[in-house]
Design a binder for this molecule. Structure first.
Ligand SMILES: [Zn+2]
Length: 213
């Protein structure tokens, strides 16, 4: 008498629940599946040998994902993008103010207005002071913020940042070389062409002169 023994992979569902499927773009049912290598005797699985892998399977579209997908929450993600956007905005505005070496009260007032408008939060003089100090301490962590922002910002978000940066830089009544250099650098980082940048600037110029009339 002898056994025909072997192994085979078998998928079992160990848990089910609801999750947000990026493919379906809505909440739907998932199966948490595990694939085990099983010992077979006469081709019948009799025992688990080892876990080969596990995955999440959407029951609507059959797409499979890594387990981390269960932590994916588009609402939370959106809030984080918004927070980064506001932080980036504050940083960009401060850097523009620092670009010409001096910070005018008109620039500070403008920054407060813009910030309030974008975030519903009032910046105090102390907040601005802290931001200025952190910009002076770490002169180029703007790029780091932009790199975090860039993948998530859509075109209009990037345009808005450029627009506000330019707005801040002309708040003191002049637009000098150092400010221009920084703005061009920003635009380049955001993959905004020179022509597009000129368009954004003339739009701001029109708004500003329109307000003065
Ligand atoms: Zn799905």
């Amino acid at each position: 008498m002898f056994f025909i023994a072997g192994t085979k992979g078998e998928t079992t569902t160990v848990k089910t629940g609801k999750f947000y499927c990026p493919e379906c773009n809505k909440k739907t049912t998932y199966h948490h599946n595990q694939v085990h290598e099983k010992v077979t005797v006469f081709f019948i699985p009799v025992a688990n040998l080892r876990l080969l892998g596990e995955f999440i399977e959407c029951q609507s579209c059959d797409n499979t994902y890594k387990l981390e997908i269960l932590d994916y929450d588009p609402k939370k993600e959106q809030l984080m993008v918004e927070a980064l956007y506001i932080i980036g905005l504050k940083k960009v505005m401060t850097m523009m103010m620092l670009a010409d070496g001096e910070i005018e009260d008109s620039e500070k007032t403008m920054m407060k207005d813009i910030y309030k408008h974008m975030s519903d939060y009032e910046l105090s003089d102390d907040d601005i002071k802290k931001e200025i100090e952190s910009c002076k301490d770490i002169p180029m962590d703007l790029e780091e913020y932009l790199n975090k922002l860039f993948p998530q910002l859509n075109e209009s978000g990037r345009e808005t940042i450029i627009k506000l940066a330019y707005w801040i830089s002309i708040a003191d009544g002049q637009y000098d070389k150092s400010e221009e250099k920084l703005l061009v650098k920003l635009a380049k980082h955001f993959q905004i062409s020179n022509a597009h940048l000129k368009g954004i600037m003339s739009e701001v110029n029109e708004t500003v002169s329109g307000n003065e009339v």
